[in-house]
Each structure stands twice: as C-alpha cells, then as structure tokens.
Design a protein around this ligand. Sequence first.
Ligand code: HEC
Length: 482
Amino acid sequence: MTQRAAFWNALATLVTLGLIFFLIDPAGRAPDGARFLARQHPALVHLPIGFLLFAGLVALGRWWRKDDQPGGVEQTALLLGGWGGVAAAAAGSWLMQMGGYPTDVMFWHRAFGLIIPLAAAGIVLINAKGGTPLVKAASWGLLLIGVLVGGHAGGELTHGKAFSTEYAPGILKPVLGEAPSLDTRFDLSRPDSSTVYEVLVAPILGAKCTSCHGEGRTKGGLDLTTPEAIAAHETDTEDDPLITWGASDASLLIQRVMLPVEHRRAMPPVPESAPLSHADVELLRWWVDSASGFDGTIASADMPGSIRTILQAYGMSEIKTGVFALNVTAPDTALVSNLSTAGLRLSRISMDQPFFDLVCESASCLRAEGIDDLAPNIISVDFAGTDLADADLALLQRFPHVTSLDLSRTGINGRGLEVLSGLAYLARINLYGTRVDDALLDVLASFPALEAVYLWETDVTAEGVARLRDALPDTEINDGRS
Ligand code: HEC
C-alpha cells in the first residue's frame, strides 16, 4: 500500500468516526431504519477484532524474524479490521440510542471502542511510511488497550459486571477486582409465607446495626436483635417513637437511617460503618409504612412498584395470591379423562398449577362418579342454561376452591344459596336471567370474597341493588341498569 493511500485511509477513518461521534446523539432517538443494524452491533464487533488479532499475529511473526517490511496480508487485515470497527461504531451508537445501558460503563466502552479503528488506521499508515520502533510499539499497544478495555466494558454492558472476570484464576483477582457476589442476604423464594421482618428487615439490621445495638452492646439503650426488644424500646420524650406503624417519617428508626451520612445522628454512624444502601433504606421504610409488624407476609403487604422492583432484583419469585397460593395436588390423569366423558367439560387453566375449569351440561354432573376427588382442583364452575335447581345448590359446597360460579339462565330463585357463603375464594357469581330476588341480597352480603355479582334480568329491584352496593362497597354489582 502506498503512503498516500494509507494517509487518505487514516483521514477517512478519522472523519467517519467524527461524523458518527458528533451526529449520533446518545440521547437521541434511533432512526427506524438503523434499528436492525444497531442490533447487529454485538456480531459486528467480533469480526474486526478477529482481523486485527490476525494482523497482530502476522506483525509479531515479522518482528520475530526481524523483518521490517509489512506485507499486503497484514495491511489488508488491518484495513478490514479498521473499517469493520467503523461499522461497529455506527451500529453501536444507534444501539446506545435505543437505551437501557449504564452510562458510566457505556462511556468507557464507547471511548475505547473508537480507539480501535483509529489505531488500526494509524498502524496502516506507519506500516506504509515507516516509523521508529517506539512509535510502532505504541500504536500496537494502543490497539491492544482499545480491544481489551473496550471489549471488557462491552461484556459488562451485556452480561453484567462480573462477566469477564468471573472465572478468572485466583491469582488475577486482585488485579481485576473481586467479582461482586449476588445478594444472598434475602431468601425470597416463598413471598406468600415469609414475613417482611424475618426475611428482609432482620438481615439488614443484623448486618448493619446489631454490632452496636445488641450482641452485648446496646448503644443508645437500643437492642435491635429481637422483635420483643424492638417493640419494647422506649425513646426519649423529645424523640418520636422507635416505630410508628404506617408512618415512617414519625419513626425514629427510619429518621436515623434517612439522615444524610455526614449528620452526627445518622445511622449507622459513618465512618465506623458503611452507610445503608438506598435499597435497604427503602425496604426498612416499606416495612414500617406497610405496617407489616413482625408477622405480616411479603405477599400480603401493600407493595409499591419501586419495592417490587427491588425485591425482584433480589430474586423474588412471582407472588401468588388467593387459590393460586395453595398447594393443591395434581389429580390422577385417568380420573380427569374418565370424568371428561361423563357430560362435563374440564379444562386445565394453568400449566404450572393443577387447576381446572368445569363446564356442566346438566345438574347431573354434580353427581358424576369421582367428581369429589377432583373437587379441590376446580376453581371455576359453569352451569349456564342448565336444569340446575335450588335443591342442587348444596352440592356446590364440595368445591372449596371455586372462585367463579356461573348460574345464569338456570331455574334457581336463590333459596338455599346461603350454603355457599362457606366458599372462601368465591369472587364472581353470575345470576343473570334467574328468578333470584331481593331476599337473596343479605345472603350475598355474607360471602367473604365477593368481587363481582351479575344480576341482569332478575327479580332484584333497583332499591335492592342500591342496598347491596351499600353493604358491599368494594364489590362490583352489575344489574344491567347502571
Ligand atoms: C458503630 C455503632 C453503631 C451502629 C453500627 C449503629 N448504631 Fe445506632 N446508635 C449508635 C450510638 C452510639 C447511638 C447513641 C447516640 C445517638 O443517639 O446518636 C445510637 C442510637 C441509635 C438510635 C436512637 C435510639 C434512641 O432511642 O435514642 C437509633 C434509632 C439507632 N441508633 C438506629 C440504628 C440503626 C437502624 C442502625 C443500623 C442501620 C444503627 N443504629 C447502627 C451506634 C451505632
């Protein structure tokens, strides 16, 4: 390659990178047409690195042989690597616009990524023009640093901090920095049975507070090791109580951890101890504000989105509520298929839990053989338009987990419906087109979990509906009139 061509190549590389750097604003919006290319960035970066590594090996061999004349193969590999790097830089800049990457790591990834094509073009020029050994070594060194640091930061962006150092041999760890281990303080595998105190609060207090408040020392007269000690603590009269459930700002415990670290009353005191993380402060605050006390479970506490995000980051599994929190055993498959031939339709409603919808074509399905064995697995029963009569209602008690009951267009008038008030999960009941009347309303008011009632075209009066709305303010009463 001539010196002239190498010079123009270097200039073109510089100008193109400059355009990419200044025209693609990180805070801008990636053009639709560029999004596909943007997503190819991870693939696009590896090819140029391959070419450059190859060029490096060729140059190394040359240096070994004391050969000072770079060949066409080396120059071509450098050109391909350099311009591949330019393409990767464009794709990467659009990817950056698509967002979601931590800005500090991104800064280093971008800066060192841009060095790569520049250094490659520089080496092409030096190869063509000649240069002192120092200049040559420096330009190759720059390229190597670009690849190592840029690549390391890129790995961190896509795979998290510890990606490239996780399996490093022990001897390298002090150099590379110890990989941060996943936060294992909290066991969030059973949010519906673990209490906020035991799973979240006690570990935070244990790690950050009890070295001074408990375990032999009770600074400020405060022991934070047990629920009893926490509940019994009396603060000075000029202070707020240690904990005011439902009001974290009126709780001394929260006030102290929320003080700026330099405040002399801030807890834990800095510099003796490291301050609490923002997430830990938020969790303590949530414990107090949600009034979870020492027995409230994670699943039962009111959970703002910010807390949910923190808990999910700590590995909380999906919270199951109502029947879905129950551990119901799966039925025998033979039983399910036998029943399915007996005038009733069963459909499994969830892959991971053995719950079924039951659709009956007649009231006789309540007497089908084996139905009792399946009853705990049935969470919705549909009798719409069947011959179901008031006398059959008592048989519905056998479905303890039913959440939804469709009795629409059946002949019932509602006498006997009170037996269903024992169904702890019954949330929706459809009585559309039946002869139920106002006498039923007091019965419905006694259902423990009712969320919605459908009463279109029944004998229930408008006054009756109004009365029911008063009795069940949180329940949706749907009578087709309003
Ligand atoms: C390095 C020791 C140390 C650590 C760790 C520490 N504290 Fe304290 N704490 C003290 C001292 C000393 C006092 C008494 C002086 C004061 O009130 O500032 C105190 C007082 C308190 C008080 C006031 C008690 C009262 O009734 O006046 C609260 C509340 C408190 N700490 C909460 C915490 C919490 C919560 C943590 C953990 C996040 C914590 N502290 C960690 C040393 C510590």
